[in-house]
Design a protein around this ligand. Structure first.
Ligand SMILES: [Zn+2]
Length: 118
């Protein structure tokens, strides 16, 4: 329990995937940005977290899936990622962030069995 609630601080956070970094000018410790994750798998920025979610969905698809199918899976994975990351945000807001439709977000929310925000 205590390790899960612990606030990660470091002088510098670097995304293991794209190499973008976050640090303070004076070299003071900074908290891990709340859109980032740092786990045993590595440290990833929001953009790479999204990309990893999309890649994971594509890896689960058969290798001979048509391009259109892969694009569809990718879009669905990105929406699911955003809905689970910010379940309290409205469907319209998430749709806008993912450049998708409100109905696609609502469907993803149902797939994930997440309650609708107020
Ligand atoms: Zn990154």
């Amino acid at each position: 329990m205590s390790s899960a609630t612990k606030i990660h601080t470091s002088k510098k956070w670097t995304c293991d995937h794209c190499g973008v970094s976050v640090s303070q000018m004076g070299g003071e410790k900074v908290e891990l940005p709340n859109t980032w994750v740092s786990s045993t798998e590595g440290t990833y920025c929001l953009i790479c977290r999204r990309e990893r979610a999309a890649q994971a969905a594509l890896q689960a698809a058969p290798e001979d899936s048509p391009l259109e199918m892969r694009a569809k899976l990718r879009r669905a994975a990105l929406i699911e990622f955003e809905v689970s990351r910010r379940p309290d945000h409205g469907d319209g807001m998430i749709a806008k962030a993912c450049r998708s439709s409100v109905s696609a977000v609502a469907a993803a929310r149902q797939r994930l069995k997440l309650p609708a925000p107020n």
